[in-house]
Ligand binder design. Structure first.
Ligand code: NAI
Length: 336
């Protein structure tokens, strides 16, 4: 029997070992690459399944090269790094991992909120320098504050539940409303403008697509309640970069916790910037990010909200189930 060829890109050794143990080698031939997906990899023309992560851009060029491709299995919830329409046109299925880490990302969201509300990042640096005064470290309570959750889906709902535990008021903006949930969790759906003007903390949890591109922008940034904390663990394209820098600069945002930001993929390649032919807009993005990094009220984490031991295992298990179910004609998490 001909084996099914599966190539995994951007896969660290630990995860490779885990997957290696799960797949039946009589049926599957596995190829693992630590590096990002690139169109020059000769394995592309042989594989039946391509498994990628968020930094692997699966575009027309890649899809055209992978002539035998039947399935793209992204090891993430978001799939905006894949040209879905083109895959559909070429009769290639795409699957994702929708539920691996709603609690995981929500917990990281609160890690960012609490770090900012209690100045943990500043205190850490100071204590490293043996400075133990309280000057400039006074924080604020979450209890009684209003959190505005944009995108009340799996992650957003977990954020709400945690917020309730802190005694916060919860507002939500979503294009789909679930009024039973609204009553059950005691939050209120409002429109985006009301959320922006009423929330002490604004947190993004909706997908990035044409509709949500720059949903916070230079036109509505003035509606934000002055001094609100801004948290983004979803996707950088949800906020117009100019609006983000402006809001931080003018104190419209009192602080920002960013697990995603424009040009984040360059973080991993920064030491190669001088030798690579990097587009000028990427360099600009990086420079702006460096300016953000130097702000005391901005905490940047390297797109790590998903990265807990438990969540990674769930991702790998679901990816395994997706791939094997696809070939056994069973149900899997199909995007197209
Ligand atoms: P989900 O699909 O369960 O929830 C998304 C919610 O956003 C839904 O309720 C949907 O109705 C709403 N929505 C869609 N379009 C909207 C619009 N135009 N305006 C307002 N709301 C809209 O997705 P989930 O699992 O909660 O994930 C949310 C996002 O978080 C993902 O799309 C992904 O980009 C990001 N994410 C980030 C991770 C990280 O490590 N930083 C890890 C996992 C997900």
């Amino acid at each position: 029997m001909k084996k099914i060829k599966v190539a995994f890109f951007s896969i660290p050794t630990k995860e490779k070992n885990y997957l290696n143990k799960r797949f039946d080698k009589n049926k599957y031939e596995l190829y693992f690459f630590k590096d990002n997906l690139n169109s020059g990899n000769s394995i592309l023309k042989e594989i039946d399944v391509l498994s990628v992560f968020i930094y692997d851009k699966v575009d027309k060029e890649i899809i055209d090269k992978a002539k035998k491709l039947k399935l793209i299995a992204t090891r993430s919830t978001g799939f905006n790094h894949i040209d879905i329409e083109y895959a559909k046109k070429k009769n290639i299925s795409v699957c994702n991992v929708p539920y691996y880490g709603e609690n995981t990302v929500a917990e990281h969201t609160f890690a960012l909120i609490l770090a900012l509300s209690r100045n943990l990042h500043k205190a850490y640096i100071r204590s490293q320098q043996s400075i133990f005064t309280l000057d400039g470290l006074r924080g604020f309570d979450l209890r009684g504050k209003t959190i505005g959750v944009i995108g009340a889906g799996s992650i957003g709902v977990h954020v709400m539940k945690i917020a309730k535990g802190f005694g916060m008021k919860v507002l939500a903006y979503d294009i789909r409303k679930n009024h039973i949930l609204e009553e059950l969790l005691d939050f209120k759906y409002v429109d985006l403008d009301v959320l922006l003007s009423s929330s002490d903390i604004i947190t993004l949890h909706c997908p990035y697509n044409e509709q949500t591109h720059h949903m916070i922008n230079m036109n509505n940034i003035h509606k934000v309640k002055k001094g609100a904390l801004f948290i983004n663990t979803a996707r950088s394209g949800l906020i117009e970069p100019a609006a983000l820098y402006y809001a931080i600069d003018k104190g419209i945002f009192g602080g920002a916790g960013l697990d995603v930001f424009e040009g984040e993929e360059l973080l991993k390649e920064e030491n190669q910037m001088l030798t690579k032919n990097v587009p000028i807009q990427n360099v600009e993005a990086l420079l702006k990010r460096n300016l953000l990094l130097r702000r005391e009220n901005v905490i940047i984490t390297p797109h790590m909200a998903f990265d807990s031991h438990e969540a990674i295992e769930r991702i790998l298990d679901t990816t395994y189930e997706n791939i094997t179910s696809f070939f056994e004609n069973k149900n899997y998490y199909k995007v197209v």
